[in-house]
Write a protein that binds this ligand. Structure first.
Ligand SMILES: [Zn+2]
Length: 349
């Protein structure tokens, strides 16, 4: 009778496919109303002579059933643990962050490209502070205190005004800094951020970027300036670009000129009676920046003898360069740093 109970319990435990099923059959074979529990309860009714032997057999049966249960439970627990280890496995070789890495800003990329172009010609990259001395931003560049360029309400002054510190309105003070640091000969290119007291609209921003170039050496002429600008333009816009110089006036260069690029959309046809062109306003040329031969006053400010050395300088707005080249209508698209713009421009190396 007890042997049948043990055999029935073993069969039931072995048939339990998982721990829940095993728990369900546990009550039937080891619970208070299981056959072996009832047998133990009936021991008291037996005659004393038979009680010891019957008790021993009940205990043996109980021990066998309990052992069978423990064994099956251990098996099922091991199976469960193995399953969990597999199902919840963590692959330590997977990347921790699968978001796209983003892209560097077009203005950063264009500054690096410009630096590469000039470093390849043996020039140095120069820098200056954005909070600049009034003297370097104006006086040393031949813009005296009564000059109209200084009276215009477009300069941001740092408090207190008597300290003579401005947010630089141009990268040109880097010209003077470079000459003061390096002396002549000097070949530097200086991309950087500049500030004007302008509201943000489609084509203006109170913060924008320029690149400044300065070459000072013995015997430099407008021809050297022209050749450098041609090379610079080809590096930025492609081999088929054409430039022209147009007389203009700046305080820190003499003579001075505007640099224009031949319109890359109509190639000048709109100005010669062809279809109207939005890119150049049917002018045939697109304004790129200013340039000229360094004014003797600027050389003298930096301690360079203008009788021994001559130099040329040029400056371009980088936002304008990018907007022109890639037909970006709003300067705000560059300011806001939308990564889609960078990706659309395809500038990322
Ligand atoms: Zn055009």
């Amino acid at each position: 009778m007890l042997d049948q109970d043990v055999a029935a319990a073993r069969t039931a435990f072995a048939g339990a496919a998982d721990l829940d099923a095993l728990a369900a059959v546990h009550v039937a074979h080891l619970g208070n109303r299981s056959p072996v529990a009832l047998a133990r309860r009936e021991l008291g009714a037996l005659p004393p002579a038979a009680r010891a032997d019957a008790g021993r057999r009940v205990n043996v049966a109980l021990a066998e059933i309990t052992a069978a249960y423990d064994e099956r439970r251990a098996e099922l627990e091991a199976a469960r643990d193995a399953h969990v280890l597999h199902a919840e496995r963590v692959d330590g070789t997977l990347p921790t962050d699968r978001r796209p890495r983003g892209a560097r800003h077009p203005l950063t990329l264009v500054q690096e490209r410009i630096a590469d172009v000039f470093v390849a010609m043996g020039w140095e990259v120069a820098e200056g502070p954005e909070a600049e001395a009034e003297w370097l931003n104006f006086d040393a560049l031949n813009v005296p205190s009564h000059h109209p360029a200084r009276e215009e309400q477009d300069t941001l002054w740092l408090d207190p005004p008597s300290a003579g510190v401005v947010l630089r309105t141009q990268t040109s003070p880097v010209q003077v800094r470079s000459l003061l640091e390096r002396g002549a000969p000097c070949y530097v290119v200086a991309p950087g951020r500049v500030y004007r007291n302008d509201p943000l609209d489609a084509t203006h921003s109170p913060v924008f970027h320029q690149v400044e170039g300065l070459a000072v050496d013995r015997g430099l002429t407008m021809g050297d300036l022209r050749g450098t600008l041609e090379l610079f333009a080809r590096a930025m816009f492609g081999d088929d670009v054409r430039t022209r110089l147009r007389p203009d006036h700046f305080p820190f260069t003499e003579p001075s000129a505007e640099v224009d690029l031949l319109c890359w959309v109509c190639h000048g046809a709109s100005a010669a009676g062809g279809d109207p062109c939005r890119t150049c306003g049917s002018e045939g040329w697109v304004e790129w920046g200013g340039c000229g031969m360094v004014h003797p006053v600027v050389l003298t400010s930096a301690g360079i003898d203008p009788l021994e050395f001559t130099g040329y300088a040029f400056g371009m707005g980088l936002e304008r360069t990018l907007m022109s080249r890639h037909n970006i209508a709003e300067i705000r698209d560059l300011v806001e740093g939308d990564v889609r713009l960078t990706l659309a421009l395809g500038l990322e190396a």
